[in-house]
Write a protein of this length. Structure first.
Length: 277
């Protein structure tokens, strides 16, 4: 699995959107590299296929980290089929739901603070989404390089900005265009859920969060609505950017995105921490 030119970590979003979310994070290089999946929202068959397409043997995956358990983040095809060697990393607040929905076959010690692995420390932060919230993550590789990963967040808080401030690479959702959402034939209750502060971020809210977080090298836009967004609309808020931009898709993986310490100066956003809820 050695890929020359990549740093201590690399990310590939296998697919993202309301039809299924799954990303692969590789930590380290060579045969002892660790593979962590973020969410399991694709069917087992498709997960194996997309991993194979990017050169990763499914048997190499040791851990799965969950943002939350909505069906586009945990595919029911995994119930009863999760291989024994895969440890599920689940936030303490999602344990009850996980038990009720029978998705915790291989759960490790649940977390509500930093997860320290050999080569990376993962800092979780709960963001507003429906009743239980979703979890955003800041990955800090021992060898340098930081990744922020945030999807399914209803709104942006100062604490969230501080949590992901100045990461080298930021993957963040850019779910909908407000005009398309308003004009869609979706039921009002769904529009309210999406736009009401406990659903998803619009393109504008996402671009504003990116501006405040000030990522240094690369931004990956996640979870674009197929009905109420387009890649061009999502990209529009990033005109004149200093970072690279990748837009994830529902139907195929992104290229590998290297995560290494940036040479760009660190701009620390000046935001006051505010509590949410
Ligand atoms: Zn989702």
């Amino acid at each position: 699995m050695t890929t020359p030119g990549f740093g201590p970590m690399r990310l590939c979003v296998l697919a993202s959107g309301s039809s299924g979310n799954c990303s692969a994070l590789v930590i380290g290089e060579g045969d002892d590299a660790e593979v962590v999946l973020i969410d399991l929202g694709l069917s087992p068959r498709r997960t194996r296929k997309e991993l194979g397409a990017i050169g990763i043997d499914f048997a190499r995956v040791r851990r799965v980290l969950f943002t939350h358990f909505d069906s586009d983040h945990f595919h029911t095809g995994w119930i009863g089929t999760l291989p024994r060697h895969m440890t599920q990393l689940v936030h303490r607040r999602h344990l009850g739901r996980g038990e009720r929905e029978n998705v915790l076959a291989n759960v490790s010690e649940p977390y509500d603070g930093p997860i320290v692995l050999d080569r990376v420390t993962i800092h979780p932060h709960v963001v507003p989404h429906d009743e239980l919230g979703s979890v955003s993550f800041r990955f800090e590789a021992a060898g340098g390089g930081t990744l922020g990963f945030a999807t399914d967040l209803g709104r942006v808080t100062g604490e969230f900005i501080n949590h992901l401030a100045a990461v080298d690479v930021l993957a963040i959702e850019s779910n909908y265009c407000p005009r398309m959402e308003q004009e869609s034939n979706r039921p009002d209750i769904l529009k309210k859920r999406v736009m009401g502060g406990k659903g998803h971020l619009s393109n504008q809210q996402s671009a504003e969060a990116v501006r405040r977080i000030a990522p240094r090298e690369h931004v990956v836009l996640l979870h674009l609505s197929r009905q109420c967004n387009t890649p061009d609309l999502a990209a529009a808020g990033h005109a004149g950017r200093a970072y690279q931009l990748t837009i994830s898709r529902h139907d195929r993986p992104t290229p590998w995105i290297p995560i290494a310490p940036s040479c760009q100066p660190r701009v620390v956003p000046r935001v006051a921490a505010t509590l949410f809820d």
